[in-house]
Design a binder for this molecule. Sequence first.
Ligand code: ATP
Length: 181
Amino acid sequence: MEERGSPDGDPARSLEQGPEGLETPIQVVLRVRPMSAAELRRGEQSAVHCSGTRTLQVSPPGGGPEVAFRFGAVLDGARTQEDVFRASGVRRLGELALRGFSCTVFTFGQTGSGKTYTLTGPPPQGEGVPVPPSLAGIMQRTFAWLLDRVQHLGAPVTLHASYLEIYNEQASAAEGAQHTP
Ligand SMILES: Nc1ncnc2c1ncn2[C@@H]1O[C@H](COP(=O)(O)OP(=O)(O)OP(=O)(O)O)[C@@H](O)[C@H]1O
């Protein structure tokens, strides 16, 4: 197996610790979505598997040895939305944001890889059918965490939020504000 990057450190590192390398300003967290029902029906095989908490192994299309890639954290298809929130380091970014730093979280990946699901959860199953809280994505969890956190700051706070989606090179945006007493 060809290894890119250094070996996966302590495999017992818990999700709660978040991505490694706290001293670096950019963290890349990789999430592998589970295979869809349609993919399973077609008998497709996953070309990737997660080994340890930071390494992803990829089988090259033409065969040959697997290639390993290393990330701040690697989350396999069994990881829940709560696991992803805890392991992605978003709360640490929230703490930095409260101290005045500009922080960004974005998802990147090919179509259908789970970017929207990770950020916002699955689409509602019908009009007026709420998405179960357990499936809420990073955005809802971060807002809930942030609102809870600012209640305890002991000073009035105004939170401004904006949301930007770039899709097919078209940007769409939304924004709002929330004041604490
Ligand atoms: N971790 C997951 N567990 C269960 N289902 C998932 C997961 N990630 C994605 N899915 C499902 O896979 C499908 C594709 O995911 P999603 O729409 O989030 O992809 P995307 O990367 O945002 O795609 P696009 O770029 O086309 O908008 C959706 O039906 C979504 O609900």
